[in-house]
Design a protein around this ligand. Structure first.
Ligand SMILES: Cc1ncc(COP(=O)(O)O)c(C=O)c1O
Length: 443
């Protein structure tokens, strides 16, 4: 059991005086500083090793320091350099060709560094192609001003970006109210909370209204199958954003989509210095090689499902109201009693298993069934410890309430799971939507 982190605490204390860029949900809650990562594990400054189920928020698809990706990256730096004066390069061509072959919506590709850049670029392209302004959005798309519509506490005044919070009735209402001025609808496919039918209805609605649909597959692009969610679902958007997993932790993102949309880029300024960087492209080629050769989505699904189902079985046999659901490769855990959930994660962390305490749990292709067994053993010990201290919470299993799931859904997506809830019945706590109902029509 790990119980104190003196070196980490000391570094955090010193860091706070000179750095202010920590993530409140990760650095702010983990008691340690990570010193290194290898495969499915990270090691802290104290030398403690943890099974990493955050996958660095999903970016490290193959696990930390994947040997083939590292070798390709180091070779690129040594053999050709890290950055060229121009953007076109053999590696750029290679990655673009692979993505256009892999993703149904991809006729052309355009590259950036981060997911926020890619989603911001995609909506600019949609606006340019249509000459319209209004962007209807649901789900997380990054940190730039316009994405903040998802967070009532952070949003900036911006009537041209409207978050419809995954509610299809609200989307329909907005499409009518802003008819003729909607440039695009951009949505993150989140199968943990919204079923396949949701996205089929979304596609039908946007097609019927003649509006561009963008799938933000920054997370799902390399998790839900070869060619992302759109490939496995058969639902094709006009544009797609990609990033996490594309280069196994190296900074690269892409917008792929219909040629006439991506080519709008030639009519605007959409280029940055580090778009000419070569190293992440080398990492992307190596990552995609492994991705296809090893059928990585199937590996993630197999290992992740074993962990998710194993946890579900543990919660049931322990008699605690908690559940793990729905997509194995990046699933959610919900405890009816959130404080109990936090105690569970803490107890696991002290035993060497790093669950994300506020977000999805994400496996990598480096995780094995032995790692799953280790995580389940630890989870079993943690539950036994909690039962000894709070027996009242272990009186028999039943599904967590819809409210508990909805709270998680709201935190994660900005929406509620009942995506056909009547607009007038949306609860008051959903203040953002209530503000949207008051918005004036576009002039
Ligand atoms: C679906 C989705 N889109 C966009 C982003 C933003 O990507 P980045 O953090 O690289 O800017 C994220 C990041 O978590 C994301 O999950």
């Amino acid at each position: 059991m790990f119980s104190s982190w003196p070196k980490s605490e000391s570094l955090m204390e010193r860091s706070r005086k000179v750095v202010s860029s920590t993530r409140p949900d990760l650095d702010g809650t983990f008691p340690f500083v990570v010193a290194s990562g290898l495969g499915g594990y990270v090691t802290d400054l104290e030398g403690n090793r943890y099974l990493d189920l955050t996958a660095s928020t999903g970016a490290v698809l193959l696990g930390h320091r994947h040997p083939e990706v590292s070798a390709a990256t180091i070779a690129a730096i040594n053999d050709v350099g890290s950055m060229f004066p121009t953007t076109t390069s053999p590696l750029l061509f290679e990655v673009a060709e692979r993505l256009t072959n892999m993703f149904p919506s991809a006729e052309r590709a355009l590259f950036f560094r981060t997911g926020s850049e890619a989603t911001t670029a995609a909506i600019r392209l949609a606006r340019m192609a249509t000459g319209r302004r209004t962007v209807l959005t649901s789900g997380y798309h990054g940190w730039h001003d316009w994405h903040l519509q998802m967070f009532p506490q952070f949003r900036m005044e911006d009537p041209t970006h409207i978050d419809f919070a995954y509610n299809l009735n609200l989307l329909e209402l907005l499409l009518d109210r802003y008819a003729g001025d909607v440039a695009c609808v951009i949505v993150t496919p989140d199968l943990n909370f919204f079923p396949h039918e949701y996205f089929a209805e979304l596609r039908e609605l946007t097609s019927r209204k003649g509006v561009i649909l963008i799938f933000d597959e920054v997370v799902t692009g390399f998790r839900y199958g070869m060619g992302g969610f759109q490939s496995s679902s058969g639902i094709t958007p006009e544009m797609t954003t990609l990033s996490k997993g594309l280069a196994n932790g190296h900074a690269i993102s892409a917008v792929v989509g219909r040629a006439e949309l991506i080519e709008q880029r030639d009519k605007t300024h959409m280029w940055g210095t580090f778009n000419s960087e070569v190293t992440p492209l080398a990492a992307a080629v190596a990552t995609l090689d492994v991705f296809v050769r090893d059928n990585v989505p199937a590996v993630l699904d197999h290992v992740g499902t074993a962990l998710m189902e194993g946890l579900g079985a543990l919660f049931r046999s322990a008699g605690v109201r908690a559940d793990a659901f729905r997509v194995g490769s990046d699933f959610h855990i919900v405890f009816e009693d959130e404080d109990l959930g936090q105690a569970f994660y803490w107890s696991c962390l002290c035993r060497g298993v790093l669950f994300h305490r506020f977000d999805r749990q994400i496996v990598t292709a480096a995780h094995t069934l032995e790692d799953v067994q280790f995580a389940l053993d630890v989870a079993g010990e943690a539950l036994a410890e909690l039962e000894a201290s709070t027996p009242a919470a272990f009186q028999g299993w039943s599904e967590p309430s819809p409210e508990a799931r909805d709270l998680r859904c709201l935190n994660e997506t900005g929406g509620l799971m009942d995506y056909r809830r009547a607009v007038d019945e949306i609860p008051d706590m959903w203040t953002l939507v209530n503000q949207i109902k008051e918005l004036p029509p576009s002039p």
